[in-house]
Write a protein that binds this ligand. Structure first.
Ligand code: ATP
Ligand code: MG
Length: 293
């Protein structure tokens, strides 16, 4: 197993408080991780560490085998593909889509005097095709719809053939059709055994592409739990992370979660009392809820 990320007691302090708090986390190169947690849980901070955009205040973070603080991050960053709202904001509106993608080769936004050869341009077209955005190559980034922009950002993240792909809320703001299209494309990338290790931050379990393998649940900068998706993505764990009673389940590799209505909470209490007097029930099938809160 080759580790692409290793966090040991990683802590980031801002405004006098830990926004990431002694986090231990290891990601191997064949794994695809989802990071879930409420607003302010520290998800974007975690991706900034993983993307070598930030150093921990204390603790140890290794990215692609290099320890942050002991490596030139400018050597490290081209090995990492990152798509985030913060990066998208830095892309000039008049930039041509192919240039938005090709400039990732230099880890810059905004084409200026760098020289790109035909191989770079061909690679940019190939990754645009991978996300279904080949027809947008000559458009200006500022004229794209939200969904089209997201696809172009992912193409940019893939441009350098990275060893680690980091996606911060790639489906945020997309309509249902655009979200499903994106999730399907991300699932295809996740299923590709030659694709890089992936870490995807989202607020919605419906946005988890099938073939993602692991989940980290964050709350207040701490890991509520982490591990294989089938074990960790339960209503009980989501309830703890989000501080509200939730149920969760999956249908053919896609997940759902919803609040437990108050009436069912009451019924649940009665049912639990009654169940205590009954013999054990059969285990749930693959399409059944993963577990009640
Ligand atoms: N420079 C800073 N100074 C003070 N607090 C900060 C700073 N940067 C981030 N924070 C706080 O750290 C916490 C974690 O922020 P982060 O952006 O990592 O959360 P998140 O999980 O990505 O949230 P969201 O789901 O809303 O995107 C938030 O409470 C945020 O306000
Ligand atoms: Mg965030």
């Amino acid at each position: 197993m080759v580790e692409v990320l290793r966090f040991e007691a990683a802590t980031v302090v801002r405004g006098g408080r830990p926004i990431l708090d002694r986090l231990d986390w290891v990601v191997a190169d064949h794994e695809r991780w989802v990071v879930l947690g409420p607003n302010g849980a520290g998800k974007t901070t975690l991706l900034q560490l993983a993307g070598a955009l930030l150093h921990p205040t204390s603790g140890r973070v290794e990215v692609l085998g290099e320890r942050l603080g002991a490596v030139d991050v400018f050597d490290l960053r081209p090995r990492i593909g990152l798509a985030s709202a913060a990066l998208a904001e830095r892309i000039p509106a008049e930039e041509q889509v192919r240039d938005v993608v090709v400039t990732a080769a230099w880890a810059v936004t905004g084409r200026w005097r760098e020289q790109y050869d035909g191989t770079d341009e061909a690679r940019a077209d190939a990754v645009l095709a991978m996300v279904g955005a080949e027809s947008l190559a000559t458009r200006h980034f500022g004229t794209l719809s939200e969904g089209e922009r997201k696809r172009v950002q992912i193409a940019r993240a893939l441009m350098t053939d990275p060893e680690l792909l980091l996606l911060d809320e790639p489906a945020a703001g997309l309509d249902l059709g655009a979200r499903e299209d994106l999730v399907t494309r991300l699932a295809a990338i996740a299923a590709d055994r030659w694709a890089p290790a992936q870490v995807l931050v989202t607020h919605h379990v419906e946005e988890i592409p099938s073939d993602f393998t692991h989940v980290l649940l964050l709350r207040d900068g701490r890991a509520v739990t982490a591990g294989p998706i089938g074990e960790v993505l339960t209503g009980r764990n989501l309830s703890e992370a989000f501080g509200t009673r939730l149920r969760a389940g999956h249908i053919r590799g896609r997940y759902w979660a919803r609040a437990v209505p108050p009436s069912q909470e009451l019924r649940g209490r009665h049912a639990r009392r009654a169940a205590a007097a009954l013999p054990p029930q059969p285990a749930p099938g693959p399409d059944d809820p993963l577990g009640e809160a």
